[in-house]
Design a protein around this ligand. Structure first.
Ligand code: GLC
Length: 552
């Protein structure tokens, strides 16, 4: 078949395509080079025996971060909070909850991280506050209070019911009646999490000051929580039913969120936020974006920048086989603007642990995938030791999502259980009673145990992170897919004449790999054949991934 050069032709099939010459790792921004590690401090290390992790605990464990080699840490909220939703219900955006420690602990944490070259990203919960926030206390106190309009209030429907059919993500109507002022307020999440009214410029100014407060303390960036839901339709139009929903769909997901999510005004507010970030040098704005891959592109903003990195969950949401993976990777890369920097998330505090879905052998393949794709990799504390979903007995359930919308497999506690450091009592996490169960496999799966085995998943993470740093092609090179067949996902990273081939066997049988040229193994997921020279044709063992430096 004759091959016509096309503007989209990629890889070795297209001789006309010049090899990229200069995108060297050193010209990238830190957040493009970085490997980012999410920590939920409540589950990382407890220092005072209350069963909940805290900042002094985190400080004790900084060595783990340096040993692993991560470049940045993203912390879930540590602000003052009644903790009804894992700290995402905040009463003061500029204070540390005593559960976690003090502002001094926080400052010390920033200093220690920075001294080791690690950046810090905080969660920025822009959409809502706790109902115990003083702003809300004022807002609900009377219709004429100056802060009334800081939240979203609406009159009842003619029958006295909620203003429209909008649903809270956590179940039931998104509207809550206030007898005192005879209006409803809107909450996208818990009724104890009233939505701020982003249309109000005073709210936007106050929230911009929150960002500045933390950036002045040295914070390197933010992950904007629930960023797509900042503004709702002004006409309060009802959402339509989702035609794909059935009785297995959790009730809050049976309407299509046309009038509450992803509105144009929300995008304008993200642009304003980005301007605040850009007042400071070298900071990054990440965003939790709702919805499907095909919507992710516009969260970058082209002429008017929004996020540096809208977080991409494509690898978590795809079926686990080579064809689905190559398709999902491609769909995502097609959905983002041409010059946008990609990112890949394989674990997070709202997502089921992927090791439970794909198994421990494939968890190694996934580690190799996420750390060799082009784009910023993100993983969640515990992924590096292959933590799985932990069974939560009914009496231990903490997640409000599960309490309110139970029975649909939505519980987020199983992925939020504490980190295990050793095989001692409570995995070395706490001397008290852990806030969630530790799980039954602490003795086999903990940091200390995996650290003494150089072939463990933990070591594989460390080796991959260090390889990404020592081979600039892995951080900066172009991504060139090859055709994936027979369960092998295959692609190259190419930069300035260097070519690295990554081949991942997503199956449990040996598979033959036909590589474009012979090469040297930089790393195998089995961690046992570094430096081996392989021919164009070689065999990958079951569940084996390899990184080959091609002879060019
Ligand atoms: C985001 C957080 C989630 C939280 C919700 C409400 O989705 O990631 O954990 O429950 O916002 O703040």
């Amino acid at each position: 078949m004759h091959r016509y050069p096309t503007p989209f032709a990629r890889g070795e099939d297209d001789p006309a395509r010049p090899l990229p010459s200069e995108p060297q790792a050193e010209t990238l921004k830190w957040w493009q080079r970085a490997v980012i590690y999410e920590i939920a401090p409540i589950s990382f290390q407890d220092s005072n025996g209350d069963g909940k992790g805290d900042l002094p605990g985190l400080i004790q464990r900084i060595d783990h971060l340096t040993w692993l080699g991560v470049d940045a840490v993203w912390l879930t909220p540590v602000y003052t909070s009644p903790m009804l939703d894992f700290g995402y219900d905040i009463t003061d955006f500029c204070a540390i909850d005593p559960l976690f420690g003090t502002l001094e602990n926080f400052d010390q944490f920033v200093r220690l991280l920075h001294a080791r070259g690690i950046r810090l990203i905080l969660d920025f919960v822009a959409n809502h506050t706790s109902d115990s926030h003083s702003w809300f206390a004022e807002s609900r106190s009377s219709r004429s209070n100056p802060k009334r309009d800081w939240y979203v209030w609406a009159d009842p429907a003619p029958d006295g019911g909620p203003p429209n059919n909008w649903l809270s993500r956590f179940g039931g109507s998104a509207w809550e009646w206030e007898t005192k002022t005879r209006q409803y307020y809107y909450h996208a999440f818990l009724r104890e999490q009233p939505d701020l009214n982003w249309r109000n410029p005073e709210v936007r100014l106050a929230m911009a000051d929150v960002l500045r407060f933390w950036m002045r303390r040295g914070v390197d960036g933010f992950r904007v929580d629930a960023s797509a839901v900042l503004a709702e339709d002004e006409l309060l139009r009802d959402d339509p039913p989702d035609p794909d929903a059935d009785e297995k769909t959790p009730p809050p997901q049976r309407l299509k969120r046309i009038f509450t999510d992803d509105r144009r005004e929300s995008m304008a507010y993200l642009e304003e936020m980005r301007k605040v970030i850009d007042e400071f040098d070298d900071r990054v704005l990440l965003g939790e974006v709702q919805g499907k891959t095909d919507r992710i592109g516009h969260f970058y903003g082209e002429e008017r920048p929004r996020f540096h990195l809208p977080l991409n969950f494509a690898l978590l949401d795809t079926p686990w086989d080579a064809l689905s993976l190559q398709a999902n990777i491609d769909a995502y890369l097609n959905a983002i603007p041409e010059n946008a920097w990609p990112d890949w998330v394989i674990g997070a505090h709202d997502k089921h642990r992927i090791a439970s879905k794909i198994g421990q052998s494939q968890a190694r393949v996934l580690a190799m995938l996420v750390l060799t794709l082009k784009g910023t990799p993100f993983f969640f504390a515990g992924d590096e030791i292959g933590m799985e979903q932990v069974a939560i007995p009914p009496e231990c359930i903490r997640d409000p999502f599960e309490k309110l919308v139970g029975g649909y497999g939505l519980n987020r506690d199983p992925e939020r259980v504490p980190m295990r450091w050793n095989e001692g009592r409570n995995g070395g996490f706490t001397s008290g009673d852990p806030w969630l169960p530790m799980g039954h496999d602490v003795a086999e799966r903990n940091v200390e145990k995996l650290k003494v085995d150089p072939r463990s998943l933990l070591w594989l993470y460390r080796r991959l992170i260090s390889l990404r740093r020592s081979e600039p092609t892995l951080a900066a090179g172009d991504y060139l897919p090859l055709r994936s067949r027979h369960g092998l996902l295959v692609y190259k990273r190419v930069c300035a004449g260097n070519e690295i081939l990554i081949a991942l066997n997503t199956g449990h049988e040996p598979r033959k790999l036909e590589s474009p040229s012979a090469g040297t193994v930089l790393l195998s997921t089995y961690v046992d054949r570094d430096g081996e020279i392989v021919d164009q044709s070689t065999v990958l063992r079951p569940d084996e991934g390899v990184i080959l430096k091609l002879r060019t």
